[in-house]
Design a protein. Structure first.
Length: 253
């Protein structure tokens, strides 16, 4: 629930136009995400670190984000190096394959580079500015509305969950490793879903009463400045260089 931890600051990255940062993050994610060249992956990771340094973000909060991402990546290191082979008599054998380690390493660098660039560019924008940037870039209107409602009522559902959880504890509930705990948490999840449906119906009826016709009018407009053009043009050239490096560079192995 701390999606705007890095949204406010006085760095150059914070001052950039959200549209420029959104386009740069999308371009970086595509180039690095589809690349299989070692030099491109390492260069992308270095670029992401440079932008993080330029954003002047608190390292303790960044470390927590990195740990959350790499907790999932650890499972890839445990699973990818192994494969099943069918032996004589249809016997299944678990065989170690070093190519799995190379693949896990590539995924690790890609995941960290992309999450760093997203934090450095998109994490330094208020959420509402990102929605406005998507609308100004002519993203599908329904997609923008979906993101807007998701963010707005994520906090509402979070508060509802805490309210129900507090009510359970006030009645003496103490979680444990037993069937009663599992059943109670299942009922809690069901109540949150039911209440979220009821809240959605009330909100929709209230919006219709206020004349909502499926369109959100943009009242705030961004001012594109020279620094935004310089940043985006430089970033595009860097990504073009990485793409060219991916064509002629050596594959990840």
């Amino acid at each position: 629930m701390h999606l705007e931890t890095f949204a406010h600051g006085d760095s150059l990255i914070h001052a950039l136009d959200p549209r420029a940062k959104l386009l740069a993050a999308l371009l970086f994610s595509v180039v690095v995400g589809i690349s299989t060249t070692s030099s491109v992956l390492w260069a992308g990771l270095c670029l992401a670190v440079v932008l993080l340094l330029a954003a002047k973000l608190p390292w303790l909060a960044l470390l927590k984000r990195a740990l959350a991402v790499n907790a999932f990546v650890v499972f890839l290191w445990l699973v990818l190096p192994w494969r099943l082979e069918v032996g004589p008599g249809l016997a299944w054998n678990l065989v170690f394959d070093p190519r799995g380690l190379h693949l896990a390493g590539a995924v690790t660098i890609k995941a960290n580079a992309i999450i760093m660039i997203l934090i450095a560019l998109l994490g330094t924008c208020p959420i509402n500015n990102l929605f406005h940037a998507l609308a100004h870039l002519h993203a599908p209107r329904k997609l923008v509305h979906l993101f807007l409602f998701f963010y707005r009522y994520l906090h509402v559902l979070h508060r509802e969950y805490h309210r129900l959880n507090l009510a359970m504890r006030a009645r003496g509930f103490r979680p444990g490793n037993n069937a009663h705990t599992y059943r109670t948490y299942a009922q809690l999840a069901g109540m949150v879903l039911v209440k979220s449906y009821d809240r959605a119906e009330r909100v929709y009826q209230a919006m219709l009463c206020r004349g909502f016709s499926g369109e959100y009018w943009l009242l705030d407009h961004f001012a594109w400045k020279r620094r935004d053009s310089m940043f985006l043009s430089t970033f595009v050239m860097l990504m073009a260089g990485l793409a060219a490096l991916g064509i002629w560079g050596s594959p990840w192995n």
